[in-house]
Design a protein around this ligand. Structure first.
Ligand SMILES: [Zn+2]
Length: 205
């Protein structure tokens, strides 16, 4: 059993509507993964072209997912990505099995084209490389309990003006601090612990 972060990336709908388009999407996905330095297994179902990649931590997973979405957008295919962290095993045929693999796949049902949707532990860990936007507590699979889900988006550049952590009031550099964006407002944090505390406070409000 390995505890890592699982990314499930899928080209769905229009860009995967025929076998030819799905094969093309698989080729593009595999090529982009290789360009980004990852070996990934891509395959097709009747309606999707998908791949699964694992990363050691949420920050590297968030960065890879953003790079994948960006590269696929340039090649005119829109990717939907789900990310979860947890345990999985690698079967003898090389496929990954485990709750994190299933959750990452099911999260794609919440995503729109070009979206990266993830669970809370991933969102907090990726807040230094992505703009984290809460999607609320959502049921993404009838068999699972609703959970707080988040969208990871590219970070818009910020000025170097000081921002303050809303939890501990420390002054921060918004160019590098973990960021959470709710509506039009961005909050910056000194650490994952302060971001977790802020999210817990919001959930109780
Ligand atoms: Zn803090």
């Amino acid at each position: 059993m390995t505890d890592r972060v699982v990314i499930h990336a899928g080209v769905v709908a229009g860009a995967a509507r025929t076998p030819e388009l799905r094969r093309e999407a698989i080729g593009t996905l595999t090529q982009v993964l290789r360009e980004l330095g990852h070996a990934g297994s891509a395959w097709e179902t009747a309606t999707t072209a998908s791949c699964v990649v694992t990363c050691p931590d949420p920050a590297s997973a968030g960065a890879l997912a953003l790079a994948l979405v960006g590269a696929l957008n340039l090649r005119l295919a829109r990717l939907r990505v789900g990310i979860d962290s947890g345990y999985f095993v690698t079967s003898s045929d090389g496929t990954l099995r485990g709750a994190a693999v299933d959750v990452a796949r099911d999260l794609i049902a919440i995503a729109s084209d070009g979206w990266i949707v993830c669970t809370e532990r991933v969102a907090i860990g990726a807040a230094g490389v992505a703009d984290v936007r809460p999607l609320g507590v959502r049921r993404f699979d009838p068999a699972r309990r609703p959970a707080p889900l988040y969208r990871l988006a590219p970070r818009a550049p910020r000025s170097a003006l000081d921002e303050r952590d809303p939890v501990c009031a420390r002054a921060l550099d918004p160019r590098t601090a973990p960021r959470l964006t709710i509506g039009e407002t961005s909050h910056h944090f000194c650490s994952a612990a302060c971001m977790s505390a802020f999210l817990a406070r919001g959930a109780r409000a």
